[in-house]
Design a protein around this ligand. Structure first.
Ligand code: CMC
Length: 435
């Protein structure tokens, strides 16, 4: 039996027993391929009349998934079993999309066919361009993304019947293909330049760079170091298990909502500074620190709870070890800055020193707060020419494959039910309306 085929099994050490007052209940324990076992408490309420209370879902598995595995203590991230650093080194983003979607790396023929399908969908309906002119020029591009991606559901009626596997697949292909076009259009609109059409002869990252930075009046030559770096950034961000935006997409999709609207919901969630907005926040913080001599002041502020300040780009809900994506990101950052002759970038100096000091400080060591992927991605993207407001947009472009692969897996899961958490009610008890 391969890893792909292995299904959830009963764990050898189950079942779990819960003693609650006089009553004792048993719950099956299930094992995955790797990782912690889960206690199946789906019958808990029926058996005991109690809910579990787990704000932030820190101890709750919401689904069984075959796509991505994280071991936060060991700093491991696997896509369909393959370590993230190996994929970043040896694969490219489109092949990674195929892997996440289909479960296996593509053969050469499969890759050629997949690429052909994707590039067939890179343009957006011409009428969509009018949507952009309805936004203020100074609108945040993530606001534009939420609106335009949601609007895809009004344009592509032939891919919104989620009960049809063919339509589901076209919806996924469309989103992988169109997201860079939509994102680049949001950027071009914000700076008042004409939209640049996709070029299907270019690879995914190069095409995105040209849609963002080319102008119609002169030729644009893609810098291969930047294209490779961007492709790697896309791979690093492609999926991350049941994170907040992916859970949002799954929850929205669990009601049977159409896939474009679900992904728009994911984009809205990603925008928050505790999630995808952190790379923008991390760069703003490095700019605010400005020079190495001001680092101790900011470290002290981060340790002072009353300041409400956190070191952005540090800490992670799951990684209690060095984020494996951050290691690749740090290397990529150096490559890009070297290629652009920016190795003396003052922000890079601040970042390196800040990382060094934080990794030795007992506050950060004891709380296991390590740099996350966002710590170096902001410096890299800024050097490439992206404004900070586009950082989370790039994250959304990359995460689209994760969202759609997980959405598709959920729809095809026989155990799938509408997501409907319960609560501990602490409001007023029943009372009569005053007469
Ligand atoms: N700076 C200073 N203290 C921190 C930080 C930080 N960046 N992160 C966590 N802490 C402290 C926090 O105050 C708490 O201390 P105590 O136990 O004394 O109350 C402890 O560490 C645990 O923090 P938490 O908020 O309970 O942890 P969490 O798992 O809920 O939060 C996090 C994870 C990523 C939201 C948080 O570490 C954070 O806000 N980091 C900064 C934002 C950031 O970089 N986010 C990007 C995450 S990676 C991208 C992605 O996958 O989306």
């Amino acid at each position: 039996m391969t890893v792909q085929e292995k299904s959830v099994t009963a764990a050898p050490r189950g079942p779990a027993e819960l003693k609650f007052g006089e009553q004792s209940s048993q719950f099956p324990v299930r094992s995955g391929t790797i990782g912690p076992d889960v206690m199946d408490i789906s019958k808990l309420y029926k058996d005991t009349g109690c809910f579990t209370y787990d704000p932030g879902f820190t101890s709750t598995a919401n689904c069984a998934s075959r796509i991505t595995y994280i071991d936060g203590d060991e700093g491991v991230l696997l896509y369909r079993g393959y370590p993230i650093d190996q994929l970043a080194e040896n694969s490219d983003f489109l092949a990674t999309c195929y892997l996440l979607l289909h479960g296996e790396l593509p053969t050469n023929e499969q890759f050629v066919a997949f690429r052909k399908t994707i590039v067939n969908h890179t343009m957006v309906h011409e009428q969509m361009t009018r949507f952009y002119t309805g936004f203020r020029r100074d609108a945040h591009p993530m606001a534009v993304m939420v609106g335009v991606v949601g609007a895809l559901s009004a344009f592509y009626h032939d891919s919104t019947d989620i009960s049809d596997p063919g339509q589901r697949m076209i919806a996924v292909h469309r989103m992988i293909a169109k997201m860079p076009t939509i994102a680049a259009m949001a950027y071009k609109y914000s700076i008042g330049q004409p939209f640049i059409y996709p070029r299907n002869d270019l690879d995914y990252a190069s095409n995105f760079l040209q849609m963002c930075f080319a102008v119609p009046c002169e030729p644009y030559i893609v810098n291969p170091v930047l294209a490779r770096a961007l492709d790697r950034i896309f791979i690093l961000h492609a999926d991350h298990e049941q994170n907040a935006s992916t859970s949002t997409v799954r929850l929205a999709g669990s009601s049977g909502a159409n896939p474009f609207a679900c992904v728009a919901a994911g984009i809205a969630c990603l925008w928050g500074p505790a999630h995808g907005g952190a790379n923008e926040a991390a760069l703003n913080m490095l700019e605010e620190i400005g020079s190495v001599d001001r680092i101790p002041e900011f470290i002290a502020k981060a340790k002072d709870k009353s300041s409400g300040f956190r070191l952005m780009g540090f800490g992670h809900r799951v990684y209690k070890n060095y984020d494996p994506r951050a290691k690749v990101m740090q290397k990529t950052c150096h490559e890009v800055l070297d290629a652009l002759g920016l190795h003396n970038d003052p922000l890079l100096k601040v970042a390196i020193e800040l990382e060094k000091i934080a990794l030795q400080d007992p506050y950060f060591v004891e709380k296991k707060l390590y740099p996350n992927i966002d710590f170096y991605s902001g410096i890299t993207l800024r050097a490439m020419g992206f404004p900070t407001s586009m950082f989370t947009v790039l994250f959304a472009v990359a995460r689209t494959i994760g969202w759609t692969a997980q959405w598709k897996e959920m729809i095809e899961d026989p155990e799938q039910r509408i997501g409907r958490p319960r609560q501990l009610y602490i409001g007023p008890a029943r009372r009569d309306f005053p007469k």
